[in-house]
Structure formats: structure tokens, C-alpha cells
Write a new protein. Structure first.
Length: 155
């Protein structure tokens, strides 16, 4: 049985003070590497990448955010992909039908690779950013930023 995004999501603890203290201690990049100490006092060197990920997890959880950790090769349902993108499932299905995001069919169900969903999200954000930049340049070109609105009197 495969786990869902919900199964892999960890909510922050109610008392986040211990996370804040731990995060403060981890703000400095270790010069010689970090160590992970197990409950039996076993000491293991922690790779720099793992240290950075742990710090990011602590940062988010200390702000009250939940964390979901999943490998990029994970296959998602259409609902899970829609949730990641912040869109409705019918909107996602339209994107799939327009070949905007690759997917596989398993029987009657569509499955998407997380990496493909994240690639689409990155591309869509860059596209929106480019269009917004073009609108700003156009507004500057036509001096629309120099126009000010005069507030109406409420008397």
C-alpha cells in the first residue's frame, strides 16, 4: 500500500519553543560537519545537504507550518497534484488534457510524477513573472505609475 501526501505530512508541535531554540543553534554552518546523536549515544556524521534540509524543516515548523517529505519520483493522484499546485482537480485535468503536464494512465486513473508537477509549477511561475514584468514595463512606458488617485471626500 502506498502512502499518501497526508500520511507523510507532519504538523508542528503545539509548543514550538524547543524548535526555535534548536533552530537558533543550527543557524551557523558547521565548519567540520554536524553530528547526529542517537538515543543510544551513537554518533553519526550528518552530510551538509541533510543538515540544510533539517534546518529548513525546523524553520518551517517553528513558523507553525506543516511539512511533507516525499521523494521526487513519487506518483501522485490528480487530487494530490491539484493540491500541490493550489488549483482544483477539474482545472488540473484540463492541463493534463492539453498536455501541459505529463501523466500516466493506470486503468481509469491518471497518475503524475511529483517531479513533473514541480517542473510545471516552476515554469508557470516563471511565465507569470515574465508577464507581470512586461505589464510593469508597459505601465512605466506609458507613465501610469506617475498618475495618482485623489481620494474622494467623505463629507
Amino acid at each position: 500500500m502506498t502512502s499518501t501526501l497526508h500520511d507523510r505530512t507532519v504538523l508542528p508541535p503545539a509548543d514550538r519553543e524547543s524548535l526555535t531554540k534548536l533552530l537558533a543553534a543550527m543557524r551557523i554552518e558547521p565548519s567540520q560537519g554536524a553530528m547526529l546523536v542517537g538515543p543510544d549515544d551513537t554518533r553519526l556524521e550528518l552530510p551538509a545537504e541533510a543538515y540544510r534540509v533539517l534546518r529548513e524543516v525546523l524553520e518551517a515548523m517553528s513558523q507553525g507550518l506543516a511539512i511533507t517529505v516525499i521523494p521526487q519520483h513519487t506518483m501522485l493522484t490528480t487530487q494530490e497534484a491539484a493540491d500541490i499546485l493550489g488549483i482544483s482537480r477539474p482545472t488540473l485535468v484540463k492541463l493534463l488534457e492539453n498536455d501541459s503536464i505529463p501523466y500516466e494512465r493506470r486503468g481509469r486513473h491518471r497518475r503524475l510524477r511529483l517531479v513533473d508537477v514541480l517542473d510545471y509549477q516552476r515554469t508557470a511561475r516563471a511565465d507569470r513573472r515574465g508577464k507581470l514584468d512586461a505589464l510593469v514595463k508597459d505601465a512605466e512606458k506609458h507613465s501610469l505609475y506617475s498618475a495618482t488617485a485623489t481620494p474622494k471626500s467623505t463629507r
